[in-house]
Write a protein that binds this ligand. Structure first.
Ligand SMILES: [Cu+2]
Length: 386
């Protein structure tokens, strides 16, 4: 089967219109009905997060996603409909404790700090059409409410290099937080192993109401160039201009840049290795803040080991009285974990996993966090249907 946006291997397709390496694993429960080809997968994880230090907290919650896709030929091209749902709103508006994460809000007044916000119930409701313009080239249109504009690597829960970890990256709001964008229209062209695309979208982050569909003008812009030079490698560089992304900072626009490389291959009989290196920058009111991420995963049979290292320059960790933006601190985090799956049926796995994370906090924040190396951890039980 080929991709929805062009006649390349379907393994290349990631979240939104993002690309990953051609030989990435592409799993799902498939069916067909008339001209329609259907695919679905689900991933529901019961997680206990324990975060240490003065700013730590504990919580047990469910996160994950349920996704469905329907595709059929349209003229010489392809029509694809995709829907994604998240159980995250059930964890409550304050999300879950995660040291050094920040962004979005639970009450419309205060920023969530040292917590990961819940994702909206509607993660994606999108449609795309593509039309061939040559043997290996095509043009496409993609629209979503919500959907994902042409910025960054695919969202973390879709990246093979870290998808088995239930822990959100602390770099989320530099690189891939716009994966739930309430209103996006993308046009692009695929030229064999290249893709160029341009999005107009509603740059406002989702608000604290996580069950609804939001609307807003498509007044933000993103552009991305993607290149898969080999079957193992996926490269992208992107730029975005976001109108008032932060609900708590009305009137402040942001510019973001990102570049990433993903690598995936089989390194032995039944052994897969996938990695991602990414950089993201966001700039608002003349200040630029960067984030760097390295992720890797090794999978052999029913065992998976994963790890991630991140550095972010974050100005949201301390709220300064009367100021929208506080002082920026460079912080870091390294986490590593593993999951052992148990095959319950053909398409059903139950996995038991855990991870440990070490957070690196600079001098100016050590009093606030109560340590220079606060530790976090997660234990989790995952039901996977694919
Ligand atoms: Cu997210």
């Amino acid at each position: 089967m080929t991709g929805a946006l062009g006649s390349y291997p379907i393994g290349r397709e990631s979240s939104g219109t993002a690309w990953q390496p051609d030989n990435s694993e592409h799993r799902g429960v498939m069916a067909s009905a008339g001209d329609w080809h259907l695919m679905g997968h689900a991933d529901l994880t019961l997680v206990h997060s324990g975060q240490g230090g003065r700013r730590g907290d504990d919580k047990t919650f469910v996160s994950g996603m349920v996704m469905g896709m329907a595709r059929r030929p349209l003229g010489q091209g392809t029509l694809q409909l995709r829907a994604g749902f998240s159980p995250d709103p059930l964890m409550g508006r304050r999300g879950y404790p995660l040291l050094l994460a920040s962004g979005e809000t639970a009450n419309g007044r205060d920023r969530l700090i040292d917590r990961q916000h819940p994702h909206d119930f509607f993660m994606e409701l999108s449609a795309s059409v593509s039309h061939p313009i040559g043997p290996n080239s095509s043009v496409f249109l993609y629209g979503g409410l919500p959907g994902e504009p042409a910025f960054g690597p695919g969202a973390y829960m879709h990246r093979e290099s870290i998808m088995d970890s239930p822990e959100a990256p602390i770099s989320h709001h530099w690189l891939d937080s716009q994966h739930i964008t309430f209103g996006v229209l993308t046009g692009g062209v695929v030229l064999d192993r290249f893709k160029l695309e341009l999005s107009r979208f509603n740059g406002r982050e989702p608000d604290q109401r996580r069950w609804n569909i939001e609307t807003g003008p498509l007044d933000s812009t993103a552009a991305r160039v993607s290149w898969n030079p080999t079957d193992e490698l996926a490269l992208q560089a992107s730029w975005a201009d976001l109108k008032e992304p932060e609900q708590l900072e009305p009137g402040i626009d942001q510019t973001r840049w990102s570049a990433s490389a993903m690598y995936a291959r089989e390194i032995g009989q039944g052994v897969r290795w996938a990695s991602t290196l990414a950089w993201g920058r966001r700039k608002a009111e003349g200040h630029s803040y960067d984030a760097w991420v390295a992720e890797t995963l090794l999978k052999k049979g029913l065992w998976t080991a994963f790890g991630r290292g991140e550095i972010t320059e974050n100005n949201e960790l301390i709220e300064t009285e009367g100021e929208d933006h506080g002082r920026a601190f460079r912080v870091g985090k390294v986490s590593a974990g593993a999951i052992r799956d148990f095959q319950l049926a053909d398409h059903v796995k139950l996995g038991l996993g855990g991870l440990v994370a070490v957070n690196f906090v600079p001098g100016g924040l050590q009093d606030v966090y109560g340590s220079s190396r606060p530790i976090g951890g997660m234990a989790f039980l995952r039901l996977k249907i694919d």
